[in-house]
Design a protein around this ligand. Structure first.
Ligand SMILES: Nc1ncnc2c1ncn2[C@@H]1O[C@H](COP(=O)(O)OP(=O)(O)O)[C@@H](O)[C@H]1O
Ligand SMILES: [Mg+2]
Length: 454
């Protein structure tokens, strides 16, 4: 069976052939296999004519070219991503320079404006918007692999397990997570925070796709090795050892038109406010940065499978103290503020895994209210910087006015604007850049708590 369009094209060509308007029949079309899936066919034929120039017979062949088509598509896809990447990278750099001028000048302006002037509030708005814009630029740079996240030989299975724990708490409870994580996967040259980011993005998409179903996300990690035949899996692969990460859902799936575009930055099919379209672009950038490949299989209403192959690292990994069991713990009470609910949940979960008691708020004004109710209820305050209604430094200035000795920590998504010096000038005891490394976070929290108790 073929589609009506294809059969019309084919029929027209057939007619041209037997009426000698063309001398060769050659056409590509899709045909439905008897088990239901579509196959790409290359059909070639010649006509045989009798002495009266009447076609008596058409002979030809049908060749299944599905594999070749798949490879051609993957190649086109890779080229497209490459050119979008170059474009986005160029824009990001150019934009970053302009932004630095805006933000820098605004800072100078702010220093001139007295606390009480209304213009200072406007200037503050400019500053917050500038910080947001910096975050956007940073995301774009991750997509174009131009970020400078450090890669080192790591064992990714504990990272995947840890990520799953964090994801569990941030997706709806009626969605199950089934994990099949092999213990002895090969080491990979990677960045733990970025691998965590991959899983968060893939799983939140999977959860979104299964909204009303209460289905299962399957996550698996295993070793995989390829010989010469690997090009059939993906043209960018070369023979060797890999670690394979798969995220499989049974959700809404995607049609080919959507599939073609999912890795483009800002491509989304979700409602405004629900999707930003940057998740998979970031995943793509991270996978490339790890010299890996990513591919997708999806069918509408059936579900989606994302497969990522990381090249195995050839050599030993040096054991460092990055193991979770070595992380310092505690049982103090922490007030945690971030306007982004997902980050808030993840941070809370991380701290709770370490033993701390956490009260979290997305609205800094709420947090301040709670703090005022009992200024001795908390041992530490951790806050985001750019938030609506009240920035992190404003919040902490208020808190320190009420209780000058309480330790405070700033977590921020940008670097240039608020330096370590500036943060400590405001009164912050510690400063961390997002995305925050798990062990660094644990160590810093313990350190400032200990310092405050001495
Ligand atoms: N597991 C999935 N199932 C169905 N569609 C998906 C899945 N993952 C991604 N998509 C599609 O890809 C688009 C882009 O995803 P992403 O880059 O993460 O941006 P966002 O989630 O903000 O829309 C989504 O809007 C959705 O249409
Ligand atoms: Mg997403």
């Amino acid at each position: 069976m073929t589609s009506p369009e294809d059969s019309k094209r084919s029929w027209n060509m057939h007619n041209e052939l037997i009426t000698r308007q063309r001398d060769k029949f050659e056409i590509e079309f899709k045909m439905k296999h008897k088990d239901g899936h579509w196959v790409d066919i290359l059909s070639r034929a010649n006509a045989i004519f009798d002495e009266n120039n009447k076609a008596v017979r058409v002979v030809g062949t049908h060749v299944d070219i599905s594999e070749r088509k798949k490879l051609e598509n993957q190649l086109l896809q890779a080229q497209k991503m490459e050119s979008i990447g170059t474009l986005a990278g160029g824009i990001a750099h150019e934009f970053n320079n302009i932004l630095s001028i805006i933000v820098g000048n605004n800072e100078l302006l702010m220093d001139e404006l007295p606390e009480w002037s209304a213009a200072r509030e406007n200037s503050e708005e400019i500053r917050i918007a500038g910080l947001r814009a910096k975050d956007v630029v940073k995301q774009l740079l991750t997509f174009t692999r131009q970020d400078n996240a450090e890669l080192k030989p790591i064992d990714i299975s504990p990272i995947v397990k840890e990520s799953i724990k964090l994801i569990r708490s941030s997706i709806p409870a009626n969605i199950n997570i089934h994990q099949n994580i092999s213990k002895d996967t090969a080491p990979v040259s990677g960045n733990p925070t970025q691998i965590n980011q991959i899983l968060i993005n893939l799983c939140s998409n999977a959860a979104d796709a299964m909204k009303n179903k209460g289905n299962t996300i399957k996550i698996s990690l295993s070793n995989e090795s390829f010989d010469e035949g690997c090009k059939a899996v993906h043209p960018a692969l070369s023979p060797g050892q890999y670690v394979k990460l798969m995220v499989i859902d049974t959700g809404s799936g995607m049609d080919n038109k959507t599939l073609d575009r999912i890795f483009e930055p800002y491509f989304t099919t979700k409602k405004i406010g629900k999707g930003t379209g940057i998740g998979l672009a970031i995943v793509h950038g991270i996978v490339e940065r790890h010299s890996g490949v990513i591919f997708v299989k999806s069918a509408p209403n059936k579900g989606t499978t994302f497969t990522i192959l990381f090249p195995a690292y050839q050599g030993q990994i040096e054991k460092d103290s990055d193991e979770r069991t070595d992380l310092p713990t505690g049982n103090e009470k922490i007030l945690f503020v971030d306007d982004e609910p997902v980050l808030l949940k993840l941070g809370k979960q991380r701290l709770e895994l370490l033993g701390y008691h956490v009260q979290e708020h997305t609205d800094p004004r709420e947090a301040l209210k709670v703090f005022k109710e009992d200024i001795n209820a908390f041992d530490l305050v951790i806050t985001d910087m750019a938030m609506p209604h009240m920035t992190g430094d404003q919040l902490v200035s208020e808190i320190l006015r009420l209780r000058p000795e309480i330790p405070t920590m700033l977590c921020t998504g940008y670097s240039e604007n608020i330096s370590v010096e500036k943060a400590s000038e405001i009164g912050f005891k510690a400063f961390a850049m997002k995305p925050i490394d798990r062990s660094e976070f644990a160590v810093t929290v313990r350190k400032i708590l200990d310092e405050s108790q001495n």
